[in-house]
Design a protein around this ligand. Structure first.
Ligand code: SF4
Length: 326
């Protein structure tokens, strides 16, 4: 155990990391990264929207909230064969996980059978399965785990202090309870947040401290950069300094050494050089595929070329950190 593998993190320690000269922060993140992962490999997930738009929640960054006029076309729950086909394509492109996103406050009990069948289809195609579907009611997490769901995604979005500025229809406490429910059912947790919502560095520090100090650190930590969507309350939000994204990734790598840190939404707006810097800061997971739920993502060929130019490869099999296993 080293200084950077501390079991609990005080926000002041994470703040100190953020304040380091960038080369020093990158150096420390790279040291931690090498101890836990092959730094030349990147894990790939593909994201598919299984139910789009008309969401009852008010997340101010989201194109799928029914409260904002974003011009998004709604779509009900897609069929199981469409998920299977998405899993096949994802596997052929080199992804090892299919993430299914449903724009819901939470699944209805009557949808659970379909979700279970989707999970089984993904597993039959040889991929890890992940579902993002909001808050789970009593008993639902157990059913999904029983069907073979490997990961459930539920992001914290931001710090507890800034959260009210971003979402009001579900509380931070409910989010933390949701994470507990996922863990208790024996699934791995995918949980991260968004940089560039208008939050301060102190909020980014606080969010990372919350994530790092969970009873078990999330096995996957997506770091998203806000894509301001026309029609949402955040459409005119000023872009965050790209180096702040790099710092957030590096600090996440240091405080959650065994977690996959995913450079998630916002990559399409990044230069190749900025993405390379994020990968050098300890990001080791990407979304592969031209669409994220409702926003663009770099083309798969462009991602392959970028990784090739960087001398990096896609991780062929998921790597497990024993300390984070359910
Ligand atoms: S982020 Fe999820 S819960 Fe929030 S509005 Fe969008 S789809 Fe709904």
């Amino acid at each position: 155990m080293t200084e950077t593998d501390a079991l609990s993190w005080d926000p002041s320690q994470i703040h100190t990391l953020f304040e380091l000269p960038l080369p020093e922060l990158l150096f420390r993140a790279q040291e931690v990264h090498r101890r836990h992962f092959n730094p030349g490999q990147v894990q790939a997930c593909t994201l598919v929207s299984i139910k789009t738009g008309a969401c009852a929640e008010d997340c101010t960054y989201c194109s799928q909230s029914a409260r904002y006029d974003t011009g998004l076309e709604r779509e009900g729950l897609i069929d199981i064969e469409a998920v299977r086909e998405a899993a096949r394509r994802a596997r052929a492109s080199g992804a090892t996980r299919l993430c299914m996103g449903a724009a819901w406050r939470g699944p209805r009990d009557r949808d659970l059978g379909t979700l279970e069948a989707m999970i089984r289809a993904v597993k039959e195609e040889g991929l890890e399965s992940c579902l993002s579907a909001g808050l789970l009611a009593e008993g639902q997490a157990e059913r999904l785990a029983e069907a073979g769901l490997d990961y459930f995604n539920h992001n914290l979005d931001t710090s507890a202090s800034y959260y009210d500025q971003v979402v009001t229809t579900r509380s931070y406490e409910q989010r933390l309870e949701a994470l507990e429910r996922i863990r208790a059912a024996g699934m791995r947790v995918c949980c991260g947040g968004i940089v560039g919502l208008g939050e301060s560095r102190a909020d980014r520090v606080e969010m990372l401290a919350t994530l790092a100090n969970l009873p078990v650190q999330p096995q996957s930590v997506p770091v998203n950069r806000l894509i301001p969507i026309p029609g949402t309350p955040l459409e005119e939000t000023e872009a965050v300094d790209p180096f702040e994204v790099v710092r957030t990734i590096a600090a996440a790598r240091i405080v959650m050494p065994g977690s996959y840190v995913r450079l998630a939404a916002g990559r399409e707006q990044m230069s190749d050089e900025l993405q390379a810097l994020c990968l050098s800061a300890g990001a080791n997971s990407l979304f592969l595929g031209e669409r994220l739920l409702t926003t663009g993502n770099p083309e798969t060929d462009a991602d392959r070329q970028l990784l090739h130019r960087l001398g990096m490869t896609l991780e062929p099999h998921p790597h497990r950190c024993a300390e984070l296993e359910p």
